[in-house]
Design a protein around this ligand. Structure first.
Ligand code: 13P
Ligand code: SF4
Length: 320
């Protein structure tokens, strides 16, 4: 990858800002995108915030999604009249590949009457087979809600086994993992030793981690929450602690450093990088704005899947 100077970056950013106005585009970016992308986005958020914004707060004909495929698909499902485009459609989420619609059907046959909750980090086809979707922000609320609604002791949940474990520990609900082994390669790679090392290096810092981290890491944290949850944790606690160790993707750590310059924000490890999120860059966004009619960049969810997946997503939004 070619390193760009600050001046080059600013020039590309300027071109993007002008073109997006001219071409009736809203840019949505996840917190795991690079700061230079977050700077040109109309909205930056976690997966729950971005799905609400895609549904309710985009007035343009086109949405460019700087994130990964399931996020852009979610935007398209929730707001089907918009053209949703990705600068690089190869930006997927390997966690989503752990559970496809056919496997989910097998589980549903095996556990008739048990409600099915699917993490938003999943394919559109999988969401279409679920009763409700959740994100890391609202997983506990959604799973408690659906359990009550179905009056069921058990809930089927996938594909992230660590998030399932986090909900289980906080609710005592019997959660059956769909499948046993789903995980995010970025968060699941972080070990207890990484957390201990960071705590030894910064003994006065509070530790906040994403629920996709393993239990051994979560156990050492002062706070466990979604990206937005961690943002609010840092924002609301500056008078108590002003140093934070953050256990999630580096793009988000950089964003916190920028927004809270009086706090010291440390990544739990420098290896916290989602390569898939990082497939998107400013040049690809500029290229897309210059070729908005390129079919290769359009995110299309077939109607038969989209209609069913929308019901599961809308149900989530009602619960949250
Ligand atoms: P958030 O729901 O916190 O945005 O997380 C999305 C994600 O992909 C985490 O790895
Ligand atoms: Fe998927 Fe993990 Fe990347 Fe999030 S960090 S998009 S869960 S691979």
């Amino acid at each position: 990858m070619m390193i760009q100077t600050n001046q080059e970056i600013q020039e590309i950013q300027k071109l993007i800002l002008n073109l997006k106005k001219e071409k009736d585009v809203t840019i949505l970016a996840h917190y795991y995108q690079t700061l230079e992308i977050q700077e040109i986005a109309d909205f930056v958020g976690d997966s729950l915030e971005l799905s609400k914004i895609a549904r309710d707060h985009t007035n343009t004909k086109n949405i460019i999604f700087a994130g990964v495929l399931f996020m852009a698909e979610t935007a398209s499902i929730l707001n089907p009249v918009k053209r949703v485009l990705m600068p690089d459609k190869q930006a997927g989420c390997p966690l989503a590949s752990f559970l496809n619609g056919d496997t989910l059907k097998i589980y549903k046959d095996k556990y008739p009457g048990v409600p099915v909750v699917v993490y938003v980090n999943s394919t559109a086809e999988t969401k279409a087979e679920a009763d409700v979707v959740c994100t890391s922000s609202n997983a506990i609320k959604v799973i408690q809600g659906i359990q009550k609604e179905y009056n069921s002791k058990k809930v089927l949940f996938g594909p992230d086994k660590n998030l399932a474990d986090h909900v289980r520990l906080n609710t005592n609900i019997e959660i059956i993992n769909l499948p046993d082994v789903g995980f995010c390669y970025v968060h699941n790679d972080i070990n207890k030793s990484d957390a201990i090392r960071a705590k030894n290096d910064y003994p006065n810092a509070a530790v906040a981690v994403h629920p996709e981290c393993k239990r051994e890491v979560r156990k050492l944290a002062d706070f466990i929450g979604s990206t937005k949850g961690m943002y609010d944790y840092v924002k609301e606690n500056p008078s108590i602690v002003n140093e934070f160790i953050i256990g999630t993707e580096i793009g988000f750590v950089q964003r916190l450093q920028k927004d809270f310059p009086n706090n010291k924000i440390y990544p739990m490890t420098e290896n916290f990088i989602c390569k898939d999120m990082k497939r998107t860059n400013l040049k690809k966004i500029l290229n897309l704005l210059n070729n908005l009619d390129n079919d290769n960049n359009i995110v299309n969810v077939p109607n038969s899947i989209s209609v069913k997946a929308r019901i599961s997503l809308e149900k989530m939004l009602k619960y949250s």
